[in-house]
Design a protein around this ligand. Structure first.
Ligand code: FES
Length: 119
């Protein structure tokens, strides 16, 4: 498990970007739940931590596809693939993330950049 941040430092309705590769977003919902998903939208290179949190969904800041924080499923195009979800543990006021070992659905432009090709 990777320590992310203190729960007290992440107000409800806010997100924290965890600097792992690829990055992970940790969300604290208005209901007080904590979720972690891949930070990069599956459509293009947008940070979901910069999106709009509403209930258990986050809306991508670029083209408004919404991802379910519980399942990673996307509601509508232009994004088509789900984001990965990650395990979360809150213990002694600290948020820990267990990063999924499954393959992330990174957008082609990010995959090309990571491989050293044109962005
Ligand atoms: S970059 Fe997220 S929907 Fe287009």
């Amino acid at each position: 498990m990777i320590p992310a941040c203190r729960l007290a430092d992440l107000p409800r309705g806010e997100a924290f970007r965890l600097d792992v590769d690829p990055p992970v977003s940790v969300f604290h919902t208005d209901d007080g739940e904590v979720f972690a998903i891949d930070d990069t939208c599956t459509h293009q290179d947008a940070s979901l931590a910069d999106g709009w949190l509403e209930g258990c969904e986050v809306e991508c800041p670029l083209h408004a596809s919404k991802f379910d924080l519980r399942t990673g499923v996307v509601d509508a195009p232009p994004a088509k693939l789900p984001v990965r979800t990650h395990g979360v543990l809150v213990e002694d006021g600290m948020i820990y993330v267990r990063v999924s070992t499954s393959t992330p659905n990174l957008p082609p432009c990010v995959t090309a950049r990571l491989a050293g090709g044109p962005a």
